[in-house]
Each structure stands twice: as C-alpha cells, then as structure tokens.
Design a protein around this ligand. Structure first.
Ligand code: NI
Ligand code: MN
Length: 225
C-alpha cells in the first residue's frame, strides 16, 4: 500500500517500500499546515514549479535529509548550483528511479523563483509507484490535453488544484477530472490564502454528478491507496 498524506496547499508526502517522497513542500509559510519541515524525512523532493508556495521548505528538508531534488532543468540547476543533489527532467520526459517513475507533464502557469529569476516551465507530475499512478496537476489552468494523460495511462489518484484566481477553479477542475477519469480525485491548492478560499465540497459534488469519485482530505490527513 502507498501512503499519501496531504500536507496542505499542494504539498504531499508519499511513502512506499521504505522510500519517502515529498511534493511541493510548502509548510513553514502555510498557516494551515499541520506538519513542520523538521517532521519531513524525505529521500526525494519533487517540485512542480518555482513559485514560493511550491518550493517552500525544499532547502531545509533537503539539507536535513540529503534528499535528491527532482524538478525541471532550470529549477534543478538552481538547486544543483547551491550544492544540493538534483535530477533534472523536462516536460514530456520521465525517468525510472529506484522507487518508481517520475514524468513531468505540461501545466499552464508561471514558474519564476520568489526573487523573480527564471524557473523554467511549470509542470504537472506523474508519479508511478509499483502499479499505481498519481497525477499531481501542479498549478495550471484547464487544458484539453489532460485527456491524453488519462488515455495513455490509467490514473489512480488525481491531485487537482481547485482554488481559482491563480489556477483552475471548481468548474474547470471538475472538467479536468472528467478529462483524466481517475479512480479518485482529491482537491488541493485551496483555503491557504483569501484569494483561493473556495469550498472543496462544491468540487466534490460536481465530480460526483459525473459518476466519478472525489474525496476531500483534511490538512495533515493520510490515506492508503
Ligand atoms: Ni504557482
Ligand atoms: Mn501555487
């Protein structure tokens, strides 16, 4: 079984076969986060893009755990130049790691670092562990090619941004779930800031109307898939 813990915002902790992976670990700056960076023992850190609410506590976690940072080439180079262990990827490309496969998909968004420097293209993340595939949308607007992701690869769990303003809102996020057709959709990237304070129940209701399944996780909650 794969353990999936929602750390709040777009941050996820994924544990499988003694390997721990954290995606977009924004904890210290998130008043709603239950976990602190010191709680996270990550072998790998996977980043969707360079915005501050996604790279978050990457440096502190990587330093404490000697983690390998997996991200697009520009973000990987940025952290590699600071002495961190990195593995660069880019949109459409994937790599088989000891724990499974990571592939970057496209996302329509920005990706500058907090200081304004260039962070490459934003990405979504396809993570395949044993026989399960998790699709983390990153921050993105709706795009019809999401349908290709679900067509080529069965998606077990889709982690979907729903908060509106910076990313898909509830209607578009529900449409994204219809395109990908995962076994389970879990909303993310909401409530953290006033501008993205939407109701995840509304999203879950719209997904249910399409005979697909959504589940809302409390911040800090874990499920097994
Ligand atoms: Ni962003
Ligand atoms: Mn964001």
């Amino acid at each position: 079984m794969i353990k999936l813990t929602f750390l709040g915002h777009s941050a996820w902790l994924i544990e499988n076969n003694d390997v721990t992976i954290v995606i977009d670990p924004f904890l210290e700056g998130n008043p709603l986060a239950i976990h602190k960076p010191g709680d996270i023992k990550a072998d790998y850190i996977v980043l969707s893009h360079a915005h501050g609410d996604h790279i978050g506590d990457t440096e502190a976690i990587a330093r404490a755990n000697d983690s390998t940072i997996i991200a697009n080439f520009e973000i990987a180079t940025h952290f590699g130049n600071k002495g961190f262990k990195v593995h660069p990827l880019h949109i459409g490309g994937g790599h088989d790691f000891e724990f499974g496969r990571v592939k970057l998909t496209q996302a329509f968004h920005g990706s500058s670092f907090p200081d304004g420097s260039y962070g490459g293209m934003p990405a979504g993340i396809l993570l395949t562990l044993d026989d399960k595939t998790i699709y983390h949308t990153g921050d993105t607007g709706l795009f019809s090619d999401m349908g290709l992701i679900g067509r080529h690869q069965h998606v077990d769990v889709m982690l979907v941004c729903i908060g509106d303003n910076f990313t898909m809102g509830i209607d578009d996020a529900a449409e994204a779930v219809a395109l990908v057709k995962p076994d389970l959709a879990i909303p993310m990237h909401y409530k953290t800031f006033d501008m993205i304070d939407v109701d995840p129940e509304e999203f879950a209701g719209k997904v249910a109307l399409m005979d697909l399944k959504a589940r809302i996780l409390d911040f800090g909650a874990m499920i097994e898939i």
